[in-house]
Write a protein that binds this ligand. Structure first.
Ligand code: AMP
Length: 341
C-alpha cells in the first residue's frame, strides 16, 4: 500500500495558506485514497524551533495543530489514517543523523529557504535551521512515502530528499528507500497543474507566511472572522483598474480569486468567469471577505468541539503505528550503514 504523508509545523498559528496549500490537498487525497493508501499526517514539532520560539507554548500548540487536522476533515476512524508527533517517534532524529552523513554540505547550502530564513533571523542562524531539510527527508523516507502534498515552497526540499535517497540506494546497491515522486507527479497527484502558493495580502509577490510579523499580510486560522474581513478589504491590489487573473501583472487580485475558489471548493475558472473584466475591485474583496469569514467561523467551531482527550486517543494509536513502521525501517538502514548486524 502506498503512503501519502504531510506535516505542518506547529510553532506559529497556521494561515489559510497552510490550510489551502497543505491541509486541503491532504484531506482531499485522504478521502480519495481512503482504502488504498496510508495517510500519514504528522506534526513536525522538532522542526518547530529551528528558529527561536517561546518553548512554554509549544506543547499546547502541537495539540492544537492536531485539532486543526481533525477539524479540517481528516477521518480519524479510518484505520489507514495515522496522526503522530515527530518527537514521539525517535527514529526520525536518528535517521536524520545518518542522512546528514550522506548529504554533501554544498548541496544542503543551496536551499533557498535556509538562505531566506537566515536573512530574516540573522542573529540566530542555527545548525538546526541548516539541517531542517535533512530531518524532513527522514520524515519522508522512514515511511517509504511516495506522495507528499506540499506547497510550492517545499519542492526544493523534496528534490533534496530524492537525491539523498537515490544516492544511498546506489551506494548500498539496494532498494533501501522508496524514492518519492518528482514534483510534476506530486502536483498531478494532488489534482493540480502546478504547486499552490497563496500570496501575502500586503505584498502579493511573496507567499503568505505564518512567521510574518505583519499581521495584515496573513489570515491565521484563529483570526477573529470580523478582523479577517478587514484584512481582505485592505489587501493590496493594483492600479490596472480591471480584474484579470494574471499572477505576474496582477498578483493581488489573482490571489483573491484563488482564495475565493479554493476556500469554497469551486473551480478557479468559475470564479474567474464571474469577475473577469470587472472594474470594481471592492465587489471581489467583499465576496472573498465573506467567504473567508464564513470559513473561519465554521472551522473555529469545529476546533472548539474537539477535546484534548480526543487528540490523546488519536495520538496513542498513531504513534504506536508510526514507531512500529519507522523502527523497522531504521533497523534496515542501520544494517546497511554497518552499525547493526
Ligand atoms: P510551513 O508553514 O513551512 O510549516 O509549511 C507547511 C505546509 O504548508 C507546507 O506544505 C507548505 O508548502 C505549505 N504552505 C505554507 N505556506 C503556504 C502558502 N502561502 N501557500 C501554499 N502553501 C503553503
Amino acid at each position: 500500500m502506498k503512503t501519502i504523508l504531510t506535516g505542518v509545523r506547529a510553532n506559529e498559528e497556521p494561515t489559510i495558506g497552510n490550510f489551502l496549500g497543505a491541509y486541503m490537498p491532504m484531506i482531499n487525497l485522504a478521502h480519495k485514497h481512503a482504502t488504498d493508501c496510508n495517510i500519514n499526517m504528522f506534526v513536525p514539532d522538532l522542526h518547530s524551533f529551528t528558529t527561536p520560539i517561546d518553548h512554554s507554548k509549544l506543547y499546547a500548540q502541537v495539540i492544537k495543530g492536531i485539532k486543526y487536522y481533525m477539524a479540517a476533515g481528516l477521518d480519524t476512524d479510518n484505520p489507514n489514517v495515522h496522526i503522530y508527533r515527530q518527537s514521539h517517534v525517535p527514529a526520525h532524529s536518528e535517521l536524520a543523523w545518518i542522512l546528514d552523513c550522506f548529504t554533501p554540505f554544498g548541496e544542503a547550502s543551496r536551499m533557498t529557504q535556509f538562505k531566506e530564513k537566515s536573512e530574516e533571523h540573522h542573529d540566530a542562524i542555527t545548525v538546526g535551521l541548516f539541517n531542517y531539510p535533512i530531518l524532513m527527508a527522514a520524515d519522508i523516507l522512514l515511511y517509504d512515502a511516495e506522495y507528499i502534498p506540499l506547497g510550492e515552497d517545499q519542492f526544493q526540499h523534496l528534490e533534496l530528499t530524492r537525491n539523498i535517497a537515490m544516492r544511498m540506494n546506489n551506494k548500498f546497491e539496494t532498494e533501501l528507500f522508496t524514492i518519492p515522486a518528482p514534483e510534476k507527479e506530486q502536483v498531478a497527484f494532488m489534482g493540480l497543474d502546478k504547486g499552490l502558493r497563496i500570496r501575502s495580502l500586503t505584498e502579493p509577490t511573496k507567499k503568505m507566511s505564518k512567521s510574518s510579523n505583519n499581521e495584515k499580510s496573513k489570515i491565521s486560522l484563529n483570526d477573529d472572522p470580523a478582523e479577517a474581513k478587514k484584512k481582505i478589504m485592505s489587501a493590496t491590489t493594483d492600479s490596472e483598474g480591471v480584474i484579470h487573473f494574471d499572477m505576474q501583472k496582477q498578483p493581488g487580485v489573482s490571489n483573491l480569486l484563488m482564495i475565493e475558489a479554493l476556500i469554497n471548493n469551486k473551480p478557479l475558472e468559475e470564479v474567474i468567469a464571474q469577475f473577469d473584466g470587472q472594474t470594481r475591485y471592492g465587489d471581489l474583496k467583499k465576496q472573498v471577505a465573506e467567504s473567508v469569514s464564513n470559513f473561519l467561523t465554521s472551522f473555529q467551531a469545529k476546533v472548539a468541539s474537539i477535546s484534548d482527550e480526543d487528540v490523546e486517543n488519536v495520538l496513542e494509536k498513531g504513534e504506536a503505528y508510526a514507531n512500529e513502521v519507522a523502527n523497522k525501517k531504521l533497523y534496515e538502514i542501520q544494517k546497511q550503514v554497518g552499525v547493526r548486524k
